[in-house]
Design a binder for this molecule. Structure first.
Ligand code: GDP
Length: 521
């Protein structure tokens, strides 16, 4: 099968570095399309979906992930949005399992920030190649060398400057691209980039003096020489392996560096990569359709409980109406109205290829981590379930609503919003999250969508671990520790621990068992 060209990527950054601005500019440049959060049910009115969006607005964060697509020079770019807020790292992590590369946006004045580093670690775990975009050069920033060295030291990456700013902040006069020997310059009082590109033969080209002030020119020549001489050259294999990052300077706000970034993604970023799976990794060239669900979003229309499962297609040519078997239920489903994230409104997809994301409407049959495949002979691995860092007991204000609560908790854990644990003893269910904000989301969705009023109480447990090992050992552990045992929504045994010490203690006493903080699905 010939696979059409795809670049499926995400932008990682610390809040405020400029991810949203850069996303908008990429989409504008790419002639798109589809802005964050605008995944809406066909025909559903705006009011219906806005209930849930209120949380986002009030907090000024994006809780949901969505997919944005644009095309250029015959390549389709799929940009997966990752929620920027720290508390939603779990969701973000999962989204990063569905991309082939990432763009790391760094604020030129701030350098590497905590969230950048965390997200970077996830990319590193999976050898996701990264292009660095050093943003906001139109403002006073740090010395560019400082930023580059920081990326190199903090992230243990080889950094290759691909362009260089001619001055920054008030002295900013443009950006010089090393590969093309072109200088991009601001136009008019807004100092935006409006396409003023000037071609030179090199940095020693005498005609550069006509474009830059003597001061800016002298500085550019001096710094560019150091930048090109002092760092390793660009090496595609090292980049693709995640050991080297090409770095571009830019200003998302003023549209500098955006074209170069798209060009770099087109030229260097990997097309769909083989995906870890059992019994063997899945190559994109494989003929039959396979994919996995990395995200389920329910905030479409609360009345209809409509959910969209986001599937990353890993192999084969997907056609509308085809039957795929989810690894969860094992019952084939016909995908009649898949969504491709094209154009102004979502479009019904007729075909999709490896690297594409398809939205599959369903009523809860599809869950995060599910594999979907034509032949049901493969299972993708590596979508982690993280050990919750916060556990809470759920108490109902109206005890007659137990059934509704159970349904809600099952639904929301299927979506990956929370994890739910059903203790062996006692009737109070326990929810686990990795960030505080998820608890607020839980309470507000219970009320809005399920009409269940609940309060969250302190739980006697501090963390949870999935137990595995030889059957007899597991069984005997369960016998002796029933008061600390629960099952997750799939019936797996979970040890609820009172502290990290408790986990260590049990591990020491039961060397034949494993107590895992993540469960790969
Ligand atoms: P996000 O939190 O990473 O999505 O960041 P935003 O895109 O919302 O940007 C945060 C703030 O930085 C906003 O006020 C933007 O207008 C501003 N900003 C983003 N990019 C640039 C830039 O290139 N130059 C300047 N001066 N400001 C920028």
């Amino acid at each position: 099968m010939t696979i059409p060209s795809r670049r499926t990527f995400a932008i990682i950054s610390h809040p405020d570095a400029g991810k949203t601005t850069l996303t908008e500019k990429l989409l504008l440049e790419g002639g798109a399309i589809h802005l964050a959060g605008e995944v809406k049910a066909r025909g559903a009115n705006r009011r219906a979906r806005s209930d849930w969006m209120k949380i986002e607005q009030q907090r000024g964060i994006s809780v949901t992930s969505s997919v944005m697509t644009f095309e250029r020079d015959g390549i389709t770019f799929n940009l997966l949005d990752t929620p920027g807020h720290e508390d939603f790292s779990e969701d973000t992590y999962r989204t990063l399992t569905a991309v082939d590369s990432a763009v790391m946006v760094i604020d030129a004045a701030k350098g590497i920030e905590p969230q950048t580093r965390k997200l970077f670690e996830v990319c590193r775990m999976r050898n996701v190649p990264i292009i660095t975009f050093i943003n906001k050069v139109d403002r006073e920033g740090r010395d560019p060398f400082e930023t580059i060295d920081e990326v190199a030291d903090a992230l243990a990456l080889d950094v290759v400057p691909m362009s260089w700013p001619a001055g920054m902040g008030g002295e900013f006069e443009g950006i010089y691209d090393f590969a093309t020997n072109r200088l991009m310059q601001p136009t008019g009082p807004s100092k935006e980039f409006e396409g003023a590109r000037h071609q030179f033969t090199g940095l020693d080209d005498a005609t550069l003096a006509a474009r830059l002030s003597p001061r800016a020119l002298a500085r550019l020549r001096e710094e560019a020489e150091l930048a090109q001489g002092g760092y390793s050259g660009f090496d595609l294999a090292a980049y693709r392996h995640g050991d080297l990052t090409p770095a571009y300077f830019g200003s998302a706000l003023k549209k500098f560096g955006v074209t170069e970034l798209i060009d770099a993604l087109a030229a260097y970023a990997p097309p769909p990569r083989p995906q870890p799976a059992e019994p063997a990794p899945v190559e994109p060239e494989r003929a039959d359709v396979t994919g996995f669900i990395f995200k389920v979003q329910a905030n479409m229309d609360p009345q209809h409980r409509d959910r969209i499962a986001f599937m990353r297609l890993c192999s084969g040519k997907f056609r509308r109406g085809m039957k795929l078997t989810p690894s969860g239920s094992g019952k084939p489903i016909a995908v009649h109205s898949p969504i491709l994230f094209f154009a102004q409104d979502r479009e019904i997809a007729d075909e999709a290829y490896p690297g594409d994301i398809i939205g599959i409407p369903n009523h809860g049959t599809l869950r995060v981590g599910d594999t979907l495949s034509e032949r049901a002979d493969v299972r993708f691995t590596g979508l982690p379930n993280f050990a919750p860092e916060i556990l809470r007991r759920v108490a109902l204000k109206d005890p007659t609503k137990t059934k509704q609560l159970r349904k809600a908790l099952d639904d929301l854990s299927e979506e990956g919003v929370i994890q739910v644990f059903y203790p062996e003893f006692g009737s109070q269910w326990i929810v686990g999250v990795v960030g505080q904000l998820q608890l607020e989301v839980l309470i507000s969705r219970l009320e809005a969508e399920y009409k269940v009023e609940a309060v969250l109480e302190a739980s006697p447990f501090d963390t949870a671990r999935w137990i595995a090992g030889p059957d007899a050992a597991v069984k005997s552990f369960i016998e002796f520790n029933r008061s600390s045992l629960a099952t997750d929504r799939d019936g797996n045994h979970v040890f609820l621990a009172k502290s990290a010490w408790d986990v260590g203690y049990q591990q020491e006493r039961h060397p034949d068992l494993t107590f895992s903080a993540t469960r790969e699905r």
